[in-house]
Design a protein around this ligand. Structure first.
Ligand code: UDX
Length: 422
């Protein structure tokens, strides 16, 4: 098949690599010339394990990137552009609109358009479809239309794309559903065919549920703290119930990233527009905002006044194995530390350049050792493998380790973590 992927972020790039690996002819379109050039050199524009290898294998053969919408000969076009949050939490649709317009101009009978971007329920039918019809002069049905959400995790994007728990196909027309089902068959994953709106909601409900699980674990953690018992022991017992499962019950600094915070905010905004007050989802975000602040409170409670204290913040990305700092809890931790007059030294194996754009005036260390060497306090925000192997006891100046991810176990240095009542 001839496939086009519009947008080369995490979703677009991995979708392009998946179908290239299946032997299809894939064209990746992005307005960002720098990204396109990087991809055509066989280098991934994002840090994602496995992406470079697959790119090198296919680029210049059955995969190429371009800035122009040369999609006339394509059978299927996947829209994978970003749908970030607007300041009020609602979904920004401008990239989706411009992509739909550009596709509409090239649309011909029989071509299939698939929305893979995360979009609030109703968006594909009420926004994308009318633009495609208006620009092409065709009626939906003459061209195919579907909504096909992704569930990949950053850092594991390639693995998740090739090993999905399920493929959800929200179809406007049966022919489109049949073709997509065939396209995904080599993955041997369960396929669920639904209406477009149901597919859109499955994505939001899944992310909102996982975010709720994390905030639930954090709420229990904050109660456990007051009882002087360990939330990790509690959640171990809770997660053994097969109806609950042990995943996403790790209490700590809270969730960040490009999906959970944005999608929960967009769902809240949608619910309110529909006249419903989503109390649970609002509290999920409130707890998530509190957790990184609580880490700083713990540092203060166990060290004393933070004014002038040298604090190394380890892990600036929102989680390990990515350079992505979107909604990272590290930003809140650093803000709180600066408010208290602490001297912050940041370190991250991959995300330092990105974090520097947010906080240009804090200090940055070139390695974890350099960050910890001069620090009074270490706060761990993301559990990179590198930190797990560090011997914090070997630093004579270090007085306190505050662990936001339950990742290290120093013996000499005082150790404090969320959800134990230290
Ligand atoms: C998530 C979803 O997992 C994925 O299905 C969706 O498509 C996009 O959003 P991602 O944002 O890449 O993926 O990261 P994930 O591994 O899910 O972690 C999200 C955040 O939650 C991280 O900040 C992580 O540290 C935090 N987290 C995760 C917890 O605090 N506790 C947990 O138990 C699990």
């Amino acid at each position: 098949m001839k496939i086009a992927v519009i947008g080369t972020g995490y979703v677009g790039l991995t979708t392009a690599l998946l179908f290239a690996e299946f032997g299809h002819d894939v064209l990746a379109v992005d307005v960002d010339e720098e990204k396109v050039n990087t991809i055509n050199k066989g280098e991934s524009p994002i840090y994602e394990p496995g992406a470079d290898e697959l790119l090198k294998k296919h680029i210049g053969k059955n995969l190429r990137a371009t800035t122009s919408y040369d999609i006339e000969d394509r059978d299927i076009v996947f829209i994978c552009v970003g749908t970030p949050s607007k300041p009020d939490g609602s979904m920004e649709t401008k990239y989706l609109e411009s992509a739909s317009e550009a596709i509409g101009e090239k649309l011909r009978k029989g071509m299939i358009v698939v929305v893979k971007s995360t979009v609030v329920p109703g968006t594909t039918e009420n926004l994308v479809l009318p633009i495609l019809e208006r620009k092409s002069g065709l009626k939906a049905g003459e061209f195919g239309l579907a909504m096909n959400p992704e569930f990949l995790r950053e850092g594991l994007a390639i693995y998740d794309t090739f090993h999905p728990d399920r493929i959800v196909i929200g179809e406007f027309d049966k022919r489109t559903g049949d073709i997509l089902e065939e396209l995904y068959r080599p993955l041997e994953a369960p396929i669920l065919r639904t209406s477009i709106k149901v597919a859109e909601m499955i994505k939001y409900a899944s992310n909102a549920f996982l975010a709720t699980k994390i905030s639930f674990a954090n709420e229990i953690a904050n109660i456990c703290e007051r009882l002087g018992i360990d939330v990790y022991e509690v959640m171990k017992g809770v997660g053994m119930d097969h109806r609950i499962s042990p995943h996403f019950l790790n209490a700590g600094a809270g969730f960040g990233g490009s999906c959970f915070p944005k999608d929960v905010k967009a769902l809240i905004s949608l619910a309110k527009n529909l006249g419903y007050e989503p109390h649970l989802l609002e509290d999920v975000l409130k707890i998530n905002d509190y957790q990184p602040r609580h880490l700083v409170e713990l540092a203060e409670a166990h060290y004393g006044d933070l004014k002038g204290a040298k604090v190394a913040v380890l892990g600036l990305s929102f989680k390990p194995d990515t350079d992505d700092i979107r909604e990272t809890r590290a930003a809140i931790i650093v803000e709180e530390l600066l408010k208290r007059g602490a001297e912050v030294i940041g370190y991250d194996p991959k995300a330092m350049a990105n974090f520097r754009k947010l906080f240009p005036s804090i200090k940055y260390a070139s390695g974890a050792d350099e960050a910890v060497k001069n620090a009074d306090i270490v706060i761990i925000q993301a559990d990179w493998e590198e930190f797990k192997n560090m011997n914090f006891d070997a630093y004579p100046n270090l007085k306190l380790v505050v662990d936001g991810r339950r990742t290290v176990k120093p013996e000499r240095v005082k150790y404090v973590t969320i959800g134990r009542g230290d």
